[in-house]
Design a protein around this ligand. Structure first.
Ligand code: SF4
Length: 119
Protein backbone atom coordinates (compact mmCIF):
# COMPACT_ATOMS: atom_id res chain seq x y z
CA UNK A 1 0.00 0.00 0.00
CA UNK A 2 2.79 2.37 0.92
CA UNK A 3 4.54 1.56 -2.34
CA UNK A 4 1.41 2.46 -4.29
CA UNK A 5 1.09 5.78 -2.47
CA UNK A 6 4.72 6.62 -3.20
CA UNK A 7 4.26 5.86 -6.90
CA UNK A 8 1.07 7.90 -7.03
CA UNK A 9 2.73 10.76 -5.25
CA UNK A 10 5.62 10.74 -7.74
CA UNK A 11 3.20 10.70 -10.65
CA UNK A 12 1.26 13.61 -9.20
CA UNK A 13 4.48 15.54 -8.64
CA UNK A 14 5.61 14.84 -12.18
CA UNK A 15 2.26 15.96 -13.53
CA UNK A 16 2.48 19.18 -11.53
CA UNK A 17 5.96 19.89 -12.89
CA UNK A 18 4.76 19.26 -16.44
CA UNK A 19 1.78 21.58 -15.91
CA UNK A 20 4.05 24.26 -14.52
CA UNK A 21 6.11 24.25 -17.69
CA UNK A 22 3.20 24.19 -20.08
CA UNK A 23 2.02 27.51 -21.37
CA UNK A 24 -1.69 27.60 -21.14
CA UNK A 25 -3.06 29.76 -23.94
CA UNK A 26 -5.25 32.61 -22.72
CA UNK A 27 -8.86 31.95 -23.11
CA UNK A 28 -10.17 33.93 -26.05
CA UNK A 29 -13.06 35.40 -24.25
CA UNK A 30 -14.87 37.69 -26.61
CA UNK A 31 -15.78 40.12 -23.81
CA UNK A 32 -12.26 40.50 -22.46
CA UNK A 33 -10.85 40.70 -25.97
CA UNK A 34 -13.34 43.39 -26.82
CA UNK A 35 -12.43 45.32 -23.70
CA UNK A 36 -8.70 44.90 -24.39
CA UNK A 37 -9.16 45.93 -28.00
CA UNK A 38 -11.21 48.89 -26.91
CA UNK A 39 -8.57 50.02 -24.43
CA UNK A 40 -5.83 49.65 -27.04
CA UNK A 41 -7.77 51.39 -29.76
CA UNK A 42 -9.03 54.15 -27.51
CA UNK A 43 -5.76 54.96 -25.78
CA UNK A 44 -3.95 56.68 -28.65
CA UNK A 45 -6.91 58.72 -29.86
CA UNK A 46 -7.78 59.61 -26.28
CA UNK A 47 -4.27 60.83 -25.53
CA UNK A 48 -4.23 62.67 -28.85
CA UNK A 49 -7.57 64.25 -28.13
CA UNK A 50 -6.38 65.29 -24.70
CA UNK A 51 -3.25 66.87 -26.13
CA UNK A 52 -5.11 68.44 -29.03
CA UNK A 53 -7.86 69.64 -26.74
CA UNK A 54 -5.31 71.11 -24.38
CA UNK A 55 -3.51 72.91 -27.17
CA UNK A 56 -6.71 74.25 -28.72
CA UNK A 57 -8.06 75.38 -25.39
CA UNK A 58 -4.83 77.24 -24.76
CA UNK A 59 -4.98 78.72 -28.25
CA UNK A 60 -8.57 79.85 -27.82
CA UNK A 61 -8.24 81.01 -24.24
CA UNK A 62 -8.74 84.64 -25.12
CA UNK A 63 -10.66 86.85 -22.83
CA UNK A 64 -13.40 89.23 -23.82
CA UNK A 65 -12.73 92.89 -24.43
CA UNK A 66 -14.84 93.69 -21.38
CA UNK A 67 -12.76 91.40 -19.18
CA UNK A 68 -9.62 93.21 -20.21
CA UNK A 69 -11.30 96.61 -20.10
CA UNK A 70 -10.32 97.13 -23.71
CA UNK A 71 -10.85 100.59 -25.14
CA UNK A 72 -10.42 101.72 -28.73
CA UNK A 73 -8.26 104.66 -27.75
CA UNK A 74 -4.75 104.77 -26.29
CA UNK A 75 -3.93 105.15 -22.63
CA UNK A 76 -1.43 107.96 -22.86
CA UNK A 77 1.45 106.68 -24.92
CA UNK A 78 0.41 103.07 -24.41
CA UNK A 79 -1.45 101.55 -27.32
CA UNK A 80 -1.98 98.18 -28.90
CA UNK A 81 0.42 98.77 -31.79
CA UNK A 82 3.22 99.03 -29.21
CA UNK A 83 2.05 96.02 -27.22
CA UNK A 84 3.72 92.63 -27.51
CA UNK A 85 0.36 90.87 -27.76
CA UNK A 86 -0.85 92.85 -30.77
CA UNK A 87 -1.11 91.12 -34.15
CA UNK A 88 -1.04 93.63 -36.99
CA UNK A 89 -3.88 93.97 -39.44
CA UNK A 90 -3.45 94.24 -43.20
CA UNK A 91 -2.10 97.77 -42.95
CA UNK A 92 -0.49 99.80 -40.18
CA UNK A 93 -3.78 101.57 -39.46
CA UNK A 94 -6.11 98.60 -39.95
CA UNK A 95 -7.49 96.73 -37.01
CA UNK A 96 -5.63 93.62 -36.08
CA UNK A 97 -6.06 91.08 -33.36
CA UNK A 98 -4.62 90.28 -30.00
CA UNK A 99 -3.30 87.04 -28.63
CA UNK A 100 -5.05 87.70 -25.31
CA UNK A 101 -8.18 89.64 -26.15
CA UNK A 102 -10.96 88.47 -28.44
CA UNK A 103 -12.24 90.40 -31.41
CA UNK A 104 -11.03 93.14 -33.69
CA UNK A 105 -8.35 95.25 -32.05
CA UNK A 106 -7.46 98.79 -33.04
CA UNK A 107 -3.76 99.60 -33.23
CA UNK A 108 -4.69 102.67 -31.19
CA UNK A 109 -6.55 100.67 -28.56
CA UNK A 110 -5.42 99.68 -25.12
CA UNK A 111 -6.33 97.29 -22.34
CA UNK A 112 -5.18 96.41 -18.85
CA UNK A 113 -2.97 93.58 -20.16
CA UNK A 114 -0.79 96.00 -22.12
CA UNK A 115 2.90 95.12 -22.17
CA UNK A 116 5.32 97.13 -24.21
CA UNK A 117 7.24 95.33 -26.92
CA UNK A 118 10.81 94.76 -25.91
CA UNK A 119 12.25 94.87 -29.42
S1 SF4 B 1 -3.07 92.96 -24.73
FE1 SF4 B 1 -4.42 94.72 -24.66
S2 SF4 B 1 -3.08 96.43 -25.15
FE2 SF4 B 1 -2.03 94.58 -25.81
S3 SF4 B 1 -2.64 94.31 -27.96
FE3 SF4 B 1 -4.04 93.12 -26.71
S4 SF4 B 1 -5.75 94.52 -26.43
FE4 SF4 B 1 -4.04 95.78 -27.05
Amino acid sequence: MTKILVVLSRQVNAACVRMKNVEVPMKKNSDSQTRRDFVRSATVPLVGAMLFGASTSVASAKGSQAQFKYQSKPNGSKKCSACKFFVKGKTATANGSCTLVDGSISPNGWCIAYQAKTS
